[in-house]
Design a protein around this ligand. Sequence first.
Ligand code: SF4
Length: 304
Amino acid sequence: MFEKIYKTRREKFGAIISLEHPEALIYINEKVANMLKIPQPSFELPPTFLSAPLDVHFSLTSNCKYKCEGCYQKNLINNNNVDIQYQQAKTIIDNLSGMNVFTVAFGGGEPLLNNDLFQIATYTRNKKIIPTLTTSGYEITTLDPQKFRVFSNIHLSIHSLEDLDLLEKNISHLRKTGIYPGLNILLSRKTFPYLDDIFQFIKLNKIRKVLFLKFKINDNNFQSSYLKLSIEDEQKLYPILKKFSKKLQIKIIIDCSLFPAIAIHRGCPKRIVKYYRTSIMIDNLYSNYTINKKRPGRGRFLFM
Ligand code: SF4
């Protein structure tokens, strides 16, 4: 296993090891970290928390050709779209590399509309950070599927049943080069009542990995509050996901904001490891999120 190590990072408890195939983050104690000769950082490690984010979500543009109801993006709604420029992106990636971040998930808007996307992803990989992509799939079929091999994971988004036709075309296009994309399903009034149909689609298209995301309300989409699921519906989710994950043998990942609704069920793991993620947004602000700490808030973006 150890010859497959992609990257390591010291922490107060020992270290974290990242593997790409199979995809994993492994937490080890100090004794094993010393045995593996994982280098010590040049700074004092924080005593109770991770030294840096594990995963960073990086919005490369606010541009998108779709107008999904409930979209989180402000600039898109105001038709005032901005792209991150290549040099800016490089500075940010350099800083994340210095912090020993393990993965960067590129998103938007629609990240494929940033002309520098593949160049930025290649730069990220050269900096020993694993790049992943979340896309609505806009015009994937017009692009050479080989270009997508730079990404460790590609996730295609579903906001409603209407997305399935386009998704099917995109999935078969990517499969030409052996890429098996996963799905991101936004759980809202437009998807939750149709989960049976969506799982049928997953089965037919041999999807192996599905991420369920909670639809959230922010300053830009509060007019669409009616799309949000009730607590009662969120609590129905766990048995449904358990049934389908077993039946279809797929990997299901759940947005951390759904954990309170999941955790009420018997047999569900109650102990959740602290997860530390940062999002970099197009307006040059960043947010930190943790599961079991209150959101620390937004601040001026530090990396420029
Ligand atoms: S695809 Fe994503 S970014 Fe584009 S409008 Fe829909 S939710 Fe917004």
